[in-house]
Design a protein around this ligand. Structure first.
Ligand SMILES: Cc1cc2nc3c(=O)[nH]c(=O)nc-3n(C[C@H](O)[C@H](O)[C@H](O)COP(=O)(O)OP(=O)(O)OC[C@H]3O[C@@H](n4cnc5c(N)ncnc54)[C@H](O)[C@@H]3O)c2cc1C
Length: 582
């Protein structure tokens, strides 16, 4: 029972079909080989595959973990066979170009698939994320020779890939990386240094692994302007011998135990530069952004899995009620219902928001109208840090609530919900911690472009308010959304009016601002969901009730968040660091 997983197929199809309106995508030349039937069939097959093949790995992956044996990483029982089945079915290349063996489906369909993979077994899902992101990076920044050699193998899943940024002294502060890249006479480079926390830095699922590594050439300027990007194959391309890349340590960690987190040592490892020298971080952002979108869906993925377990348990578990009568199922108790409503309200809104971000990336890529494409790209850029931070927070919080609903039976490992808490936690840290996402949102996405992206976001919401304002069942959500927008507007004005010397005020309010924007965006998603349901169905009734709950119980937080955004740094900076640390 622990590993049981039921993919949210109906929910995903509802969102893609009715709310995101994927039929508009299928009209673009880039996607006109796809139609609703094909995309639905793919996701139905995915639901089956993830629950039958991947979900059984989740518990054993957690209890066994990946192991380092004689310098090589061995994945838990069953992972090799499941990976072989995964690539045999062509799942790694769902949204990759047909020219390289992919199926060129929209990213919004891929993201729905990614939710299923991560909900079934997030440790397994960590590898395919990197294959697609690395292939996309190479297609954008690599030379023809590297593309032809590497990309088809990533798209087929025959080769693995990693993203190697972090070093002991360079976590969030990427500019401090020290790994050295020495140019060689033949145009290649030799890399030396140590990368830490590298996911799937080594494993036994593929023979070859292509590491995408940030390093600096000998005379590179300090900071992020002196970073270049390199591809380091585990096995030399021109011989079958091993490159000078080794795993010196496998981290023991809180969750995600089957996903090997490696210290990778590079000792004059042969490497090939990707993109221009000193422009490596810009190139790497292609990979990072795509991975951030996938990390965004990891939150709702775990939240949804946890939610389903909590709902099923709450219907079965009998506690409370009059002593002379049969005990009640705990789903009857108000406090348990409150928790279940919160879980659904947050999970379903975040899933919709991540789909919306992916949809806009699809439009940005496929729309020939430059203005439409630009607006879609800018909206996606604003939503990305919000989806990453609020999505991962939702995954953790909802999993935590699931433990509460199950009581002691949630805290022990029998039902698998405590594993969700442990597995979900890291998504708030990797791919840029949530604090860094908040800074990205307020400094780059809001202040630097003087609110342009923000205006696109608000105008889209206002268009939908006009579109749905006459639908009676949307009235409550509409009023909550109006109020939320007012609080967001006050906070945005406050931030935009902060003088450069008041940057501490901006930084202090960043996390609350992100949460405020996420709440308003969630309300926008609830409006669109409720506007599209048929109230005479159970599905429609249920959406309406949860949407109204979101408005009544969660939207009042907008006021609190807005007030906190506008507090500034006064109290935060009232103690010196020495006194604060005691
Ligand atoms: C399981 C796991 C897998 C990972 N996989 C990979 C991988 O595959 N490849 C890879 O390269 N890395 C990977 N990482 C590393 C991950 O990306 C980093 O842990 C993350 O970027 C944060 O860096 P750090 O841990 O050094 O924390 P720090 O940078 O030390 O941050 C600690 C805290 O300080 C805050 N902080 C730091 N700087 C600032 C600032 N300027 N302003 C405000 N707050 C700040 C952060 O928000 C955070 O809360 C992985 C990590 C884990 C745990």
């Amino acid at each position: 029972m622990n590993s049981h997983y039921e993919a949210p197929l109906d929910e995903s199809i509802f969102l893609l079909k009715e709310v995101i309106e994927w039929k508009t995508l299928f009209e673009y030349p880039a996607f006109n080989h796809v139609d609703e039937d094909l995309a639905t069939a793919v996701l139905s097959e995915a639901a089956k595959f993830t629950s039958e093949v991947l979900a059984p790995l989740n518990e054993i992956g957690d209890s066994q973990g990946s192991r380092l044996i004689d310098g090589k990483v061995v994945t838990p029982d069953g992972f090799r066979q499941a990976y072989a089945d995964f690539i045999e079915s062509g799942w790694p290349g769902l949204d990759m170009p047909e020219k390289y063996g992919g199926q060129a489906l929209p990213l919004s369909v891929q993201v729905a698939f990614a939710e299923m993979v991560n909900g079934a077994c997030i440790s397994f899902g960590m590898l395919p994320i990197m294959l697609r992101a690395a292939a996309t990076l190479l297609l954008e920044h690599g030379g023809t020779e590297i593309i032809d050699r590497v990309v088809p193998n990533l798209v087929s899943g025959k080769w693995g890939a990693t993203i190697c940024i972090t070093e002991a002294q360079a976590g969030s502060d990427v500019g401090r990386i020290k790994t050295l890249a020495r140019p060689q006479a033949d145009g290649s480079y030799h890399l030396s240094g140590s990368k830490i926390f590298i996911s799937y830095g080594d494993h036994d699922l593929t023979n070859q692994i292509t590491h995408l590594v940030l390093a600096r050439t000998p005379d590179a300027p300090a900071g992020t302007r002196g970073i270049s990007l390199f591809l380091v194959p585990k096995i030399h391309f021109d011989s079958d011998s091993q490159n000078q890349v080794s795993v010196s340590r496998l981290e023991k960690k809180m969750g995600l135990k089957a996903s090997p987190t490696c210290v990778l040592d590079l000792d004059e490892a042969v490497a090939y530069r990707i993109g221009e020298e000193n422009r490596g971080l810009n190139c790497m952002f292609t990979m990072v952004n795509l991975m951030r979108l996938e990390v965004s869906i990891q939150g709702p993925a775990i939240a949804s899995a946890a939610c389903r377990k909590a709902l099923a348990y709450a219907r079965e578990r009998m506690q409370g009620g009059a002593p002379d009568k049969k005990a009640l199922p705990i789903i009857e108790h108000a406090d348990v219902r409150r928790m279940l409503y919160i879980m659904r309200a947050r999970t379903e809104a975040m899933r919709a928001l991540v789909f919306e971000a992916a949809f806009n990336l699809d439009v940005a890529r496929a729309d020939a109208d430059k203005e439409n494409a630009r607006a879609a790209k800018q909206l996606a850029e604003l939503l990305l840090p919000v989806c990453k931070a609020a999505g991962s927070q939702t995954g953790f919080d909802v999993a935590n609530l699931a433990v509460q609903v199950l009581g002691g039976h949630g805290y022990i490992s029998d039902h698998g919900v405590e594993q969700y808490v442990r597995d979900a936690r890291v998504a708030m840290i990797y791919e840029g911690s949530n604090g860094i996402q908040a800074l990205d949102l307020v400094t780059r996405k809001l202040l630097k472009d003087e609110g342009q992206r923000y205006n696109i976001f608000v105008n889209r919401i206002k268009q939908d308010i006009t579109r749905f304002e006459n639908i009676e069942r949307c009235k409550l959500i509409l009023s909550g959304l109006h109020q939320g927008l007012q609080h967001l507007s006050s906070s945005t004005d406050f931030l935009l009016n902060c003088k450069p010397e008041a940057i501490r005020d901006v930084e202090t309010g960043a996390a609350d601002y992100l949460n405020l924007l996420a709440l308003v965006a969630s309300s926008w998603m609830w409006l669109r969901m409720v506007a599209h349901v048929d109230e005479s169905t159970e599905f429609g009734l249920s959406k309406l009730a949860v949407g109204n709950f979101h408005t009544e119980h969660m939207m009042p937080e907008c006021q609190l968040l807005s007030e906190r955004v506008m507090l500034g740094a006064g109290t935060i900076d009232s103690l010196s660091s020495d006194v604060l640390a005691g």
